[in-house]
Design a protein around this ligand. Structure first.
Ligand SMILES: O=C(O)CCC(=O)C(=O)O
Ligand SMILES: [Fe+2]
Length: 326
């Protein structure tokens, strides 16, 4: 049975060596970063009203400047966000016996619980976190492999996933408008997969890092309970302010490719905390595994030639997963 970090991390004074990344994979210098007040916080309450064009402008500017932004008044109820956050905290706090059955012997299951990171399972060095990965598409297998404890698991996660899906399509449509491609462009194959990954980073005696990375997906929608997320911009790491119930929206690699580089996938990392555990609810929206992703033809011109070669999403994902623990 695997030992989840949350079962023993409060009893240690120093980080065990199997959680210490080699020097060349660890950042040099100060890992703290000031919370950046310039990252746009965009209010979507007037999206269907007079502010529509202004909101699209703000989103495109935020994408260009930061590769990310936060949204408030986004339509996902605050109660549901709280309920989902609480549900996973409860899940991670369950006794080891209740969680043992979810160890990822079989990687094809819709629900997986793992410690470290998926890509470090084999190679030994672990990231300071326990995580859950939940495939949101409802299929018999996904429902079957979902936890039965806490009892409300399926209802809460089902409701949260459906609401976040709606928000993601709303944001993708705003991006369509901003790019000048038809609404609904991302609706089917390009956003077919949805995963909810929940990380719990226990307090860490020597704050270590999830190494910096970009997400290989299309779009990431994230809730963080306390600070810890940082983005890289202009040679500096900047802290992303935790705003209760706001979603952090990050542009991922496939959106950079499809937009022919007009949108940039944001480099980010998480710094752990010496005194408090941190939980994040991370939704990844991705193309279907078989889709071949390439720049949208309408965004390629003589003056803006194609910057990316076509690549099947599954192959892209395999390479990325092999290289980046996250
Ligand atoms: O925990 C977080 O806030 C971010 C995690 C992350 O970057 C990821 O899962 O790709
Ligand atoms: Fe990430």
């Amino acid at each position: 049975m695997p030992t989840y970090l949350s079962h023993w991390s409060t009893n240690v004074q120093s980080v065990p060596t199997n959680y210490v990344f080699p020097k060349d994979k660890r950042p040099e210098g100060d890992i703290t970063a000031p919370l950046c007040k310039d990252i746009p916080v965009i209010d979507l309450s007037q999206l269907d009203g007079l502010d529509h064009a202004e909101i699209i402008k703000q989103i495109m500017k935020a994408n260009k400047d930061f590769g990310m932004f936060q949204v408030i008044n986004h339509g996902v109820s605050e109660e549901l966000v709280d309920e989902t956050m609480n549900l996973f905290k409860e899940f991670f706090n369950m006794p080891a016996e209740d969680k043992a059955m979810y160890y990822p012997e079989d990687g094809t299951k819709g629900f997986r619980l793992y410690t470290g990171s998926l890509s470090s399972i084999e190679d030994g060095v672990k990231t300071w976190k326990d995580s859950v990965k939940h495939t949101c598409q409802s299929s018999e297998d996904n429902i079957e492999s979902s936890p039965k404890k806490p009892a409300r698991y399926q209802d809460v996660v089902g409701a949260y996933s459906a609401e976040v899906r709606k928000l993601s399509l709303k944001i993708l449509d705003m991006i369509c408008e901003g790019l000048g491609v038809e609404l609904g462009y991302f609706e089917d194959e390009l956003s077919q997969l949805q995963q909810l990954v929940v990380h719990q980073y226990p307090a860490c005696p020597d704050p270590s890092l999830v190494s910096g990375h970009t997400d290989p997906h299309l779009l990431t929608l994230l809730q963080q309970d306390i600070d810890g997320l940082q983005i890289f911009k202009d040679g500096q790491w900047l802290g992303v302010e935790p705003i209760p119930h706001a979603f952090v929206i990050m542009i991922c690699d496939q959106l950079e490719i499809i937009s022919n580089g007009k949108l940039k996938s944001v480099q980010h990392r998480v710094v752990t905390n010496t005194s408090a555990a941190r939980t994040s609810l991370v939704t990844f929206i991705s193309p279907s595994l078989e889709s071949v992703i390439e720049p949208e033809k309408a965004l390629v011109r003589a003056s803006e030639p194609t910057q990316f070669k076509p690549c099947r999403f599954k192959e892209y994902l395999d390479i990325q997963m092999a290289n980046h623990p996250y």
